[in-house]
Ligand binder design. Structure first.
Ligand code: NAD
Length: 367
């Protein structure tokens, strides 16, 4: 099969972890005789330096004409000035919007062999296997007005939280369809008691939920959800939330898995088919950022990027065996005790980013 893939490494540890995902992808290509057509594009701070924009038109075209996009991370202190006219993060926000990627799927699984890497008690983590479905192209990140100004009362700023019925219905459908293939439970997270959008969110969750009688729907206020995630995480199956809440809750959920370097994600334009999600030019990325504190040290954990690539094989290409082999390779390498620095809790040897990539890539060949 021919796989047309755009790779956008971005900034900081983005290129470091994406190089390892590409290494493992090459092993999959060789093993299963797929023809990989990979093209790289600029985005973020790297692109600002070279092109003066966080998302050049060439990158948009490349993504639109590819079957899937694998993305690293953007951002860093170099581009962080409060007065900056263009920011690296503008690039990823714009490409999500341009490709219509409204559904961000974030699986959170506590691997048995990593249970001791989490600061939480191990008995709380047994059985943790959930998916966070984050609305990605609406809410506070995109709604207008969004601006800064100054008047006689000093500096002012405004962001807007707006959702339409259509935006909520389509993300709810993704969540309910996913739940049908899992443990048939959806937890819809909102701020019903304070926000108008929260009340609309809950109303529509109930309406869509009524079309899925097999799925148990529960509502949870976001503050309670933040607490339940560390108190009783195994209780969740599918969590669906608006953009900002989903961003924050999934970073919190990363702690359950032992590290930010473990959580992959898929951003889909969401058409749901019989057995899988099919959508044009979906984008796959680790949930972590550019981690400037560890950039260039060769110690970033590449597993989130590698698992994002596995999600790409599954959702964009329907290559279920290939995706499962990558996931099993990660699981086995962890089971055998190999760790990057972020996961080490004892005196086990620490693997560099690139050696972890080698181990997983070799394991794919063996499985
Ligand atoms: P971050 O996710 O980059 O880092 C948070 C912490 O997790 C850091 O201690 C970091 O070292 C650690 N970490 C992250 N990825 C890791 C990995 N693969 N292996 C081991 N440890 C890892 O979040 P931050 O520090 O808040 O943000 C840094 C920059 O990244 C900012 O400029 C921010 O805007 C940007 N950012 C980008 C994205 C994106 O591109 N999608 C997402 C979040 C943050």
């Amino acid at each position: 099969m021919k796989l047309n893939i755009a790779i956008l490494p971005g900034d900081g540890v983005g290129p470091e972890v994406i190089a390892e995902a590409e290494k493992v992808l090459n092993s999959v290509g060789e093993k299963f005789k797929h023809d990989l057509a990979i093209e790289k594009g600029l985005i973020g701070g790297d692109s600002i330096d070279k092109m003066g924009t966080a998302l050049p038109e060439e990158t948009v075209k490349l993504c639109q004409t590819s079957d899937a996009v694998l993305f690293g991370a953007v951002g860093g202190p170099k581009w962080d000035s409060a007065s900056a006219k263009v920011r690296p993060e503008d690039g990823i926000l714009a490409i999500r919007k341009q490709l219509g990627l409204f559904a961000n799927i974030r699986p959170v699984k506590a691997y048995k062999s990593l249970i001791h890497s989490s600061p939480l008690k191990s008995d709380l983590l047994t059985g943790v296997d959930m998916v966070i479905v984050r609305e990605l192209t609406g809410g506070l990140y995109f709604s207008k007005p969004k601006k800064r100004w100054a008047n006689k009362n000093g500096r002012q700023g405004v962001d807007t939280l707006r959702y339409s019925e259509k935006e909520i219905v389509r993300i709810m459908r993704v969540a309910f369809e996913l739940a049908l293939k899992r443990k048939c439970k959806v937890t819809s997270v909102d701020k019903f008691n304070v926000l108008e959008t929260g009340r609309l969110w809950r109303e529509i969750a109930n309406e869509v939920g009524s079309q899925y009688p097999q799925v148990q729907l529960e509502h949870m206020l976001v503050d309670n959800a933040a607490m339940q995630l560390v108190r009783n995480p195994a209780n969740f199956d599918v969590i669906v939330s608006e953009n900002t809440f989903g961003d924050i809750l999934s970073d919190e959920a990363a702690v359950l898995t032992g590290s930010m370097g473990m959580l992959p994600s898929a951003s889909l334009s969401g058409v749901i088919a019989e057995s899988t999600f099919t959508s044009k030019a979906s984008l796959y990325e680790p949930i972590h950022g550019s981690a400037p504190d560890i950039q260039g040290k060769g110690i970033a954990n590449p597993i989130a990027a590698i698992l994002s690539m596995a999600m790409m094989l599954r959702y964009s290409f329907g290559l279920l065996d290939e995706a499962s082999i990558v996931e099993s390779a990660v699981e086995e390498v962890l089971y055998e005790g190999y760790r990057t620095a972020d996961l080490v809790t004892d005196d086990s040897p620490v693997l560099s980013t690139s050696v972890m990539g080698d181990y997983i890539s070799n394991k794919v060949k063996l499985l």
